[in-house]
Design a protein around this ligand. Structure first.
Ligand code: NCD
Length: 312
């Protein structure tokens, strides 16, 4: 990739995406193919919000390409607790590591951090903003299961606060995809995201009822209601438990429908879906390792610092 930071899916061209996915497929077949290139490299994991998959798969991926990681630990145990600014924190950490993976509750945090350091910054989720490395593994999974062209994708759940949704929709505009967004009225895509999608030529429709489109879908991407982003718990309670699917719901779907979810799920997908051929969400999570290996290999590669590419 010619970028030196990965901040949002909007910076990725179709060529960038395909290069990462192709490399990921190669590394899934032959994890040793990277050799010793990253043997002396360290990746800093800076998670200011909870994470299981993203953090552990970046950790695993870095180790699998021969490097190692240093972990900031929890906010509770770091100097952030003493009032240190994000800018100062990342300026210190760039002295320890060759790249920074950052998850933060504020939208724009990764972009801000990237302005203070010279090492690559990967946005691993900035509030309700973006989560572009998740998008790469989502696209990898979609490509494996359904192909990325002539694709009809339903994206359902919390479209307002779901950063995985914002990144995925943006990246899908590079492909021949029809997008159906299914949510309660109060959790529709934010206007700015909708505007950018239209601007990028997206073919999209919005629905409040899954039944309107279920039969057409190749992929149904289900998301969790992002409880932690609601300003008011009562507002969350009004939408909690909406938009759940189970094996019965999927009786009306195409046999080859792929059901995805970035996880963690709460109650959006009933456990009886897990045993069906539709379920791809655990494989999707596992794909995080080869995809992040490919991403790190590209961003930390010999040429990353010298080829003049700049996405800042
Ligand atoms: C997602 C996230 O953090 O945005 N999780 C993940 O990285 N797989 C989705 C979520 O928390 O609902």
């Amino acid at each position: 990739m010619r970028h030196d930071h990965l901040l949002s899916a909007g910076q990725l061209t179709r060529e960038d995406i395909e290069a990462v996915l192709d490399r990921a497929a190669d590394l899934a077949d032959d994890p040793g193919a990277v050799g010793e290139r990253h043997a002396d490299r360290l990746l800093a994991l800076c998670f200011f919000e909870p994470s299981t998959r993203t953090k552990m798969s970046f950790d695993t991926a870095m180790k699998r390409i021969g490097g190692d990681t240093v972990d900031m630990g929890s906010v509770e145990s770091s100097s952030v607790k003493k009032g240190e600014s994000l800018a100062d924190t990342v300026r210190v950490i760039e002295g320890y590591a060759d790249g920074i993976v950052l998850r933060h509750p504020s939208e724009g945090a990764a972009k801000l951090a990237s302005q203070f350091v010279d090492v690559p910054v990967i946005n691993a989720g900035d509030g309700a903003g973006q989560h572009p490395s998740q998008t790469l593994l989502d696209l990898y999974t979609m490509r494996e299961r359904a192909g990325l062209d002539d694709l009809t994708v339903g994206i359902m759940g919390d479209l307002k606060y779901g950063r995985t949704v914002h990144s995925l929709a943006s990246a899908l505009t590079n492909f021949d995809a029809r997008m159906h967004f299914i949510s309660p009225e109060s959790l529709r895509l934010p206007r700015g995201v909708r505007f950018d999608l239209h601007d990028a030529g997206a073919r999209l429709r919005e629905h409040t009822d899954l039944d309107e489109v279920l039969e057409e879908l190749d992929v149904l991407y289900v998301t969790r209601i992002q409880r932690e982003r609601f300003p008011d718990e009562n507002e969350y309670q009004q939408v909690a438990g909406e938009y759940q699917i189970d094996a019965d719901t999927l009786e009306r779907a195409r046999d080859d429908l792929t059901v995805m979810h970035p996880l963690p799920r709460v109650d959006e997908i009933a456990p009886d879906v897990d045993a069906t051929d539709h379920a791809a969400y655990f494989a999707q999570a596992h794909n995080g390792v080869p995809v992040r290996m490919a991403l790190l290999d590209g961003l930390l590669g010999e040429d990353a610092a010298t080829d003049g590419g700049d996405a800042r």
